[in-house]
Design a protein around this ligand. Structure first.
Ligand SMILES: [Mg+2]
Length: 433
C-alpha cells in the first residue's frame, strides 16, 4: 500500500471559556491539536491519525511543520515502513535540513510526533491490534531496533535494553492479567485546575471520590504562597489524609523559590511536586530534589527529547518521569525513555492533561507496565475528564483506572464532525465566537 497524502489540520477547542486546563503559567488554554492524517491508495484503506497537543496560539506553526514533513512520507510503501519503524522515525528526525530548526525539539519535533504516531496508528489498524498489543507482540530485538541510540549509549546500550526487555518476559502474562482485571491505575487532575473557585473544586473532588479515584493532583504556583496552602488545605479536607495528593507548579518558580515554596506545603504531604522549574534545567531539578526530599520531584510533559531525560536520570534529578506521547518524537522516542527510566529505576507516570493525551498514553502505559517497568507499584497515568467525546474510541475509565483499550490503532482518531466543527478559524465553534 502506498501513502498518497498527509493532511494537516488545525483543530482547537475553546476550553479557555471555562478555564478547564488552567494552571499557574497557562491561564487560558484552548486545548488544540495539530492533527495529521496519513492516507493510502486503494479502495477504502484505513487511514492513520496522529496529533500533537498545543494550547491554542501557535498550533498553526506545528501544522505547517507537519506539512514540511509530508515529502518524507508521501510515496513510501507502508509494509516497507512497518518492517523498520526505527529507520522510518529516523528519516524524519535526521532530515539534513529540517533538523536545523530542532534538532529534535520544539515545533518540528512535535510535528514529527504527530506524523510518527499517525503511521503507528496506521500500522496498528492494518494489523488489527491496539497499539499496546502491537508493541507487546514485537520480539525484544525489534523493540530495540525502534530506538535511536545516538546520544544515549553512555547511559543505555542496545544490549542493556535487550536484557531489560528479556528480563520482563516471564512476568508479562501475569501483568497483563492484572491490568485486564483492574485496569491501568490513574490519578485525576481535573478537580484541581487553578482557575476553578473553591466550591467547584470541592464538588469535583466529591465526584471523583464517588467515581473511585484515590489520587488527586492540584495546581500550585499561585501569586501568594498562602493561596497554595489554602487550596491544599481544601483538597486535604475533601480527600482526607490517606489518599495521594500531587502538586503541579507548571514551571512557575526559580530553583530557590521552588525550594522555599515547597517547604510550607510539605505539611500537606504531597506525593510529588511536578514541574517546579524550567523543564530544561537538569541541575536545578537535582538541587530541588535534594533540598525537598522526601517529596518527590516529577517532570516530563515539556522535556523535549530523550537526551534531556537521560541527563535528568543521570543527575538523579527526578523521582518520577512524566513522558508525553507527542512532546517526544512519537512512539519510538517514548520507548527509548521507558527503557532509560527502567534502567535508572525511575517510575513512569505519563502526562495526559490535554486533548487526546489520555487516549494516547493508555497504550504507552500498558506497554510499559507489561513489558518494561521493573515493578507495577506507584505508576499512575494522569486522567483529565474533558473532550473525550470527540474521539472515535474514547477512553473508558472505571473505579479510578483505565480499561485496557482493545480497538485497533493508537486511539487518537477524532470524529469527523468534531474535526470539522473545531477547525480553526473556520469551524462553526469558532465562527460563532
Ligand atoms: Mg503538569
Amino acid at each position: 500500500m502506498k501513502i498518497v497524502d498527509i493532511a494537516a489540520e488545525d483543530i482547537r477547542f475553546p476550553t479557555s471559556r471555562t478555564l478547564a486546563g488552567s494552571d499557574a503559567m497557562h491561564t487560558d488554554p484552548d486545548y488544540s491539536a495539530a492533527y495529521a492524517v496519513v492516507r493510502c491508495e486503494g479502495t477504502s484503506p484505513p487511514s492513520g491519525h496522529g496529533l500533537a497537543f498545543t494550547i491554542g496560539r501557535g498550533n498553526e506553526i506545528v501544522v505547517r511543520a507537519i506539512e514540511s514533513l509530508r515529502a518524507l512520507v508521501v510515496g513510501r510503501d507502508t509494509e516497507e515502513l512497518f518492517a523498520d519503524m526505527g529507520a522510518f522515525a529516523r528519516t524524519l528526525t535526521h532530515d539534513s535540513q529540517l533538523r536545523w530548526i530542532g534538532p529534535e525539539k520544539g515545533a518540528i519535533h512535535m510535528a514529527t510526533a504527530a506524523v510518527v504516531n499517525a503511521v503507528w496508528d496506521l500500522m496498528a489498524k492494518v494489523r488489527g491490534l491496539p497499539l499496546w498489543r502491537l508493541l507487546v507482540a514485537m520480539p525484544p530485538e525489534e523493540i530495540v531496533r525502534l530506538i535511536d541510540f545516538r546520544y544515549l549509549s553512555d547511559a543505555l546500550t542496545p544490549a542493556e535494553a535487550l536484557a531489560l526487555l528479556r528480563d520482563r518476559m516471564p512476568d508479562r502474562a501475569a501483568r497483563e492479567r492484572i491490568l485486564a482485571d483492574g485496569g491501568i491505575p490513574a490519578y485525576i487532575t481535573s478537580a484541581g485546575w487553578i482557575g476553578y473557585d473553591d466550591a467547584t473544586v470541592r464538588r469535583l473532588c466529591r465526584e471523583a471520590l464517588a467515581a473511585g479515584f484515590t489520587r488527586f493532583k492540584m495546581k500550585v504556583g499561585a501569586d501568594a504562597p498562602e493561596q497554595d496552602a489554602a487550596r491544599a488545605h481544601l483538597l486535604r479536607e475533601e480527600i482526607g489524609a490517606e489518599r495521594v495528593l500531587m502538586m503541579d507548579a507548571n514551571q512557575r518558580w526559580d530553583v530557590g523559590e521552588a525550594i522555599d515554596r515547597m517547604r510550607p506545603l510539605a505539611a500537606f504531604d504531597p506525593w510529588w511536586i511536578e514541574e517546579p522549574t524550567s523543564p530544561d534545567d537538569v541541575l536545578g531539578h537535582a538541587a530541588i530534589a535534594r533540598a525537598i526530599a522526601p517529596i518527590r520531584v516529577a517532570t516530563g510533559e515539556m522535556v523535549q527529547n530523550r537526551v534531556v531525560f537521560k541527563q535528568l536520570f543521570q543527575a538523579r534529578a527526578i523521582d518520577v518521569a512524566q513522558i508525553d506521547a507527542c512532546r517526544l518524537g512519537g512512539v519510538n522516542e517514548v520507548v527509548a525513555v521507558l527503557l532509560l527510566a527502567a534502567k535508572f529505576g525511575v517510575p513512569v507516570c505519563p502526562h495526559a492533561g490535554g486533548v487526546g493525551l489520555c487516549e494516547y498514553v493508555q497504550h504507552l502505559a500498558a506497554f510499559d507496565l507489561i513489558a518494561v517497568a521493573p515493578r507495577l507499584e506507584e505508576r499512575w497515568v494522569e486522567f483529565a475528564d474533558h473532550l473525550h467525546e470527540h474521539f472515535v474510541q474514547p477512553i473508558a475509565v472505571e473505579r479510578g483506572a483505565y480499561r485496557l483499550p482493545e480497538a485497533p490503532g493508537y486511539g487518537v482518531e477524532m470524529r469527523a464532525a468534531s474535526r470539522r466543527e473545531h477547525t480553526f478559524p473556520s469551524g462553526s465553534v469558532w465562527a460563532t465566537a
